[in-house]
Design a protein around this ligand. Structure first.
Ligand code: HEC
Ligand code: HEC
Ligand code: HEC
Ligand code: HEC
Length: 360
């Protein structure tokens, strides 16, 4: 009798567990052998993801011959060097990426294409500069793959994954005071009770992303449990955005050390700084340009996080190199080293035996 119950219980446990993720799942060794840096993939999740992450076919290239856009049009501030045909190709492309339903009228007063009366046109011009800056100055993150408007917009006026600063929440009775964003299961953190806005401290402001104190004694050690919870919340977002496990970047022997981490962790380090810069230098200054119905509960502008580009893929659009077909999105900004490049951490490949060169 006992044995039957045990068998039934084992079967029930099996059912409960498989309800999480039905096998078979694949695992791929990602780190140095013996480090347990395995990536667990569910082939069905990936199969579902792939169709939504395909780039649209590139438009046929346009000739650079003929008059320049700046000589023919009246109000071209960024793309003046393109030929009129290249300029028209660019307008056709951004329409299909950002406003396929609405067409040219989404940004333009059709009576006068030079008019800047619609806020969407003003925003689009700034977005153009932002995209150029990402491609020219954030190569430590986006490499030669780069981004286009489609990377974030995917045919939508508003990218599907944006974030707003969460309003401060007080406990109803005010007895406990600040809830520190806890115990309110949020999809941002996989429905865990971790803080649901790790973005304001880390992807807008630059609070240190730390769990481990660097000294044993409390003196000078500013690491707190609260900070740890926000850190894990951000890490959860980063893993979910990329569709990977923690071990894609970390060797769990020691989460903090760079020695033995994967090179992808360094890419992610630059990604954090890039997202900060996009939000601080490009999105926040647009706050007054956006109408009230586009703003968040605290009146802030929609902002970028890892999901805005990645949308569940380890590389946006699974690494499709779309930007090279639109050279006007790659510059003219003179490539300068990305902010903080000098303090960037380095990892020593996958061989933990080598000397560490972490810099924080
Ligand atoms: C997502 C917004 C957006 C959409 C959609 C859009 N445009 Fe534009 N358009 C702009 C921006 C921004 C500029 C200014 C570019 C600059 O300053 O370099 C511009 C400028 C122009 C100009 C130059 C006008 C002048 O005299 O200064 C023409 C012509 C033009 N667009 C045509 C089109 C056509 C045709 C379509 C539809 C196929 C279209 N645009 C769709 C944003 C848009
Ligand atoms: C890094 C991600 C990213 C890239 C790349 C990007 N955008 Fe955006 N875009 C955003 C975010 C975030 C918003 C704010 C959403 C909102 O409107 O509230 C936005 C808003 C806009 C809007 C205003 C839409 C509206 O209805 O309010 C336009 C127009 C736009 N982008 C055009 C472009 C164009 C054109 C490009 C390429 C030259 C581009 N974007 C590239 C992230 C991006
Ligand atoms: C895409 C790469 C990536 C993934 C996936 C990732 N991390 Fe991180 N993690 C980083 C980077 C980069 C930092 C350092 C951030 C900084 O200093 O700006 C970091 C920092 C940390 C820290 C702080 C260590 C310290 O210095 O105190 C902890 C703890 C951590 N991660 C845990 C996790 C956990 C748990 C997961 C899985 C839920 C995870 N990470 C997933 C890249 C990643
Ligand atoms: C502006 C769009 C954009 C944003 C925002 C963005 N990424 Fe990326 N990321 C890319 C592109 C493009 C690549 C592909 C680069 C390449 O081909 O090597 C990439 C590559 C990566 C890789 C390397 C993957 C691999 O297997 O080599 C990691 C890790 C990564 N991103 C982490 C992050 C994290 C973490 C964030 C948020 C803090 C973030 N990214 C935000 C565009 C973005």
């Amino acid at each position: 009798m006992n044995r039957i119950i045990r068998i039934l219980m084992a079967a029930a446990a099996g059912l409960v567990l498989t309800a999480c993720e039905r096998p078979p799942v694949d695992s791929v060794q990602h780190g140095y052998r013996g480090t347990g840096m395995l990536q667990v993939y569910n082939p069905r999740t990936i199969a579902e993801q792939i169709p939504g992450n395909q780039p649209p076919a590139a438009l046929p290239a346009a000739s650079s011959e003929g008059p320049k856009a700046r000589d023919i049009f009246q109000n071209v501030q960024v793309l003046g060097d393109l030929s009129v045909t290249q300029f028209t190709r660019h307008m056709t492309a951004i329409t299909s990426w950002v406003a396929p339903q609405e067409g040219c009228a989404y940004c333009h007063n059709l009576q006068n294409l030079a008019d800047d009366g619609k806020y969407t046109k003003v925003v689009a011009r700034k977005m153009l500069l932002m995209t150029q800056q990402i491609n020219a100055q954030w190569k430590p993150h986006v490499a030669e793959t780069g981004v286009t408007c489609y990377t974030c917009h995917r045919g939508n006026n508003i990218p599907q994954q944006v974030w707003f600063t969460a309003p401060a929440q007080q406990n109803g009775s005010n007895f406990i005071g600040d809830l520190a964003q806890q115990n309110q299961p949020s999809p941002v953190v996989g429905l865990a009770s971790l803080p649901y806005d790790p973005f304001t401290p880390y992807l807008l402001n630059d609070l240190p992303i730390r769990v481990n104190g660097e000294t044993a004694l409390p003196t000078g050690n500013r690491q707190s449990i609260k900070q740890a919870e926000f850190t894990y919340s951000l890490m959860d977002h980063m893993s979910t955005s990329l569709g990977v496990n923690c071990t894609y970047c970390h060797n769990t022997r020691n989460f903090a050390t760079w020695d033995g981490s994967s090179t992808q962790r360094v890419t992610a380090w630059h990604g954090i700084r890039m997202a900060r810069e996009l939000n601080q230098k490009h999105m926040v200054p647009l706050t007054d340009t956006f109408p009230a119905n586009r703003k968040g509960p605290t009146g802030d502008v929609a902002k970028v996080n890892c999901s805005t580009c990645h949308q569940g893929a380890y590389k946006p659009l699974y690494g499709a190199k779309m930007a090279k077909d639109y050279p006007e999105l790659l510059g003219p900004i003179v490539p300068a080293p990305a902010a903080d490049a000098a303090s960037a951490p380095t990892v020593v490949g996958m061989a933990p035996a080598q000397p560490a060169t972490p810099k924080k």
